[in-house]
Each structure stands twice: as structure tokens, then as C-alpha cells.
Design a binder for this molecule. Structure first.
Ligand code: GLU
Length: 303
């Protein structure tokens, strides 16, 4: 398999899609990002990296950060988080308030905003916020020590975080937050605002393809925990389009409204794609098409 050639082919295949879709506009600073950009990187289990297009351009990882927050909480605390968050697809928008009321303050899964706020809350209790544990993990696993939150994106989200603030207050009203609402929101917004390239993210996610083993050979998660994180990515990782994503791509994946998607081929590689034009469900249009092409051409899928 000539992965480098394949990635270059894929960059050509998605060209007609660039500029279609729209960047997220509810966080004003994301709305200004050029939708003509597309990058793809593959990091293999044994450490090789293949990349093409805008693979080295940093972008806002947004909800992709929720995977690493969950991994750190499972690593620190085992299964306890599952008493406070379910793990079923939500069938509702990622920032829905209605479902939380119906389900008495237990979010449907850790990748909708309500669930991620609970996970972030637990992470704050386990390790605190300084330095940001998600940022530290991503720096260590990618080998890029300059990874940081973009203060402009964080400020833009903070100034427009009425829905997330409502969700956090709601969770607190049900006794499902351990820390003050403001501290949880701040840590959540900060990890969403991390800026990374496709290559950084593909490298930093390799523990998900490697049975939980970090780059230095130590275990972040057990093989069983890794299986479970991947399972939740498959069923809940791509908003309200996880069924369509599984159908087209056939891999666990997590997307963010910055236009990035990380996908995992267990025991083989991680793939990160990025293009800011989003489809109706909030997933990168060109990103999903690229992953579809990748798994169709390689046959690397979990099915
Ligand atoms: N920071 C974003 C929010 O809370 C993340 C959303 C996403 O990428 O899905 O709205």
C-alpha cells in the first residue's frame, strides 16, 4: 500500500467539495476560517507519518478534545464516570438542553456538550486545570510542545457560551457537577480552543489504535478501556450523523466544529482530516468524503 500516493490522490478527489458547506458560525472567530483548506495525515502504529494537503496547518480541535478528556478520566478513575454520563447516541443536537431535563441531569454520552462538561468536571477534580491535562497529553503524544489554546477562539467562545453555561448550571442543579460552573466552563472552553495540525492529532491519537499504549510504551488505558473509547466514538463521535459516518467510513471517529475528524483503525493507524466547510450535521464535508475514500481504497475498516 503506497499511503503517500493514496493521500495525494485523496487531496485531488476532494477538491470539488472545498468551499462547500459552511464553517461553524456560532463561535464568531471560527466563521472567518478559509473553507478552501484541506489536510490529511496518517500515523501508523509503528510510528510512520504520511501527510498531504494542509496537513501541517493548525486548526481549532473543538469537540475532538472530548476524546482525550474522556481517556484521561478513565485512566484516572476507571469506570466511575459512567454513573454520571450514559453512553448512548443522543439523536439530538450536541448542545441540546431538552434531553438533559428529560433524563434528570445525566447526559446521554460523553461527546455531547453536557456529557463533556461532566467529564471535564471530573478531570478538574482528579488533576486540576493547571497545566491543562488535555494539552499536556496532546503535547506529549504528538511531540509538539508548542500546542496551546488559541486565546482569540477561547474568548470568542466564552463570550457566546450561553448554551454551554445553561447546560452546566442545569447539571449543577441536578448535583452532577463537583466544581463551580465557571471553573468547568473555563476548562472546557480552553481544551476546545486547542490548536493542532492533522499531523499533531494523528500522532497524538495513536494510543487509540495501539491498545491504549502511549508513544513511550506505557499504558494510558487498558486494551479493554481503549476498545470502549473507540466504541463510544463509533456510536456517538460524529454528532447526529454517527450512523451515516459508520456506513460511509466504517471506523470510530470524532469530529469537531473546527472541521477536523480523527478516525482510528485499531492496530494499524490513526487518520486525521481537516476542512472547515461543515455539512448540516456539523461534520466536515470534505473530511468525511476523504475518510470514505481512504477506507474504500485501503479496505481498512472495522467491518
Ligand atoms: N466548543 C464547542 C461547543 O461547545 C465544541 C462543539 C463541537 O466541536 O462539537 O459548542
Amino acid at each position: 500500500m503506497d499511503l503517500q500516493n493514496l493521500l495525494e490522490d485523496i487531496v485531488g478527489t476532494v477538491q470539488p467539495l472545498l468551499g462547500q458547506g459552511a464553517p461553524a458560525d456560532y463561535i464568531p472567530s471560527l466563521a472567518a476560517v478559509d473553507t478552501q483548506q484541506f489536510g490529511i495525515s496518517v500515523a501508523t502504529s509503528d510510528g510512520d507519518v504520511f501527510a498531504s494537503g494542509d496537513a501541517d496547518v493548525p486548526f481549532s480541535i473543538q469537540s475532538i478534545s472530548k476524546v482525550y478528556a474522556l481517556a484521561l478520566v478513565l485512566a484516572g478513575d476507571g469506570d466511575r464516570i459512567w454513573k454520571r454520563v450514559f453512553r448512548e447516541p443522543s439523536g439530538n443536537p450536541f448542545n441540546s438542553l431538552v434531553q438533559l431535563e428529560h433524563e434528570d441531569g445525566i447526559p446521554r454520552n460523553p461527546f455531547i456538550n453536557a456529557g463533556a462538561l461532566v467529564v471535564t468536571d471530573r478531570l478538574l477534580s482528579i488533576v486540576g486545570s493547571s497545566p491543562s491535562p488535555v494539552r499536556e497529553l496532546l503535547r506529549q503524544e504528538s511531540g509538539n510542545n508548542s500546542i496551546d489554546a488559541d486565546p482569540v477562539v477561547a474568548a470568542s467562545e466564552a463570550a457566546n457560551s450561553h448554551r454551554n453555561a445553561s447546560l452546566a448550571h442545569f447539571l449543577a442543579s441536578y448535583g452532577n457537577l463537583e466544581n463551580p460552573v465557571d471553573s468547568v466552563l473555563e476548562a472546557y472552553i480552553d481544551q476546545c480552543a486547542l490548536e493542532m495540525s492533522c499531523t499533531d492529532l494523528a500522532l497524538a491519537s495513536r494510543f487509540l489504535a495501539n491498545n491504549g499504549l502511549r508513544g513511550n510504551g506505557t499504558a494510558l488505558l487498558s486494551p479493554s478501556q481503549t476498545k470502549r473509547v473507540n466504541a463510544v466514538m463509533l456510536t456517538c463521535g460524529t454528532y447526529d450523523a454517527a450512523g451515516e459516518f459508520a456506513y460511509r467510513v466504517g471506523l470510530p471517529g470524532k469530529s469537531g466544529v473546527g472541521g477536523g475528524i480523527v478516525a482510528v483503525v485499531p492496530n494499524k493507524c490513526t487518520i486525521c482530516v481537516w476542512s472547515p466547510g461543515l455539512g448540516r450535521s456539523g461534520n466536515s464535508l470534505a473530511g468525511v468524503a476523504a475518510l470514505d475514500e481512504f477506507t474504500t481504497r485501503t479496505g481498512w475498516s472495522i467491518f
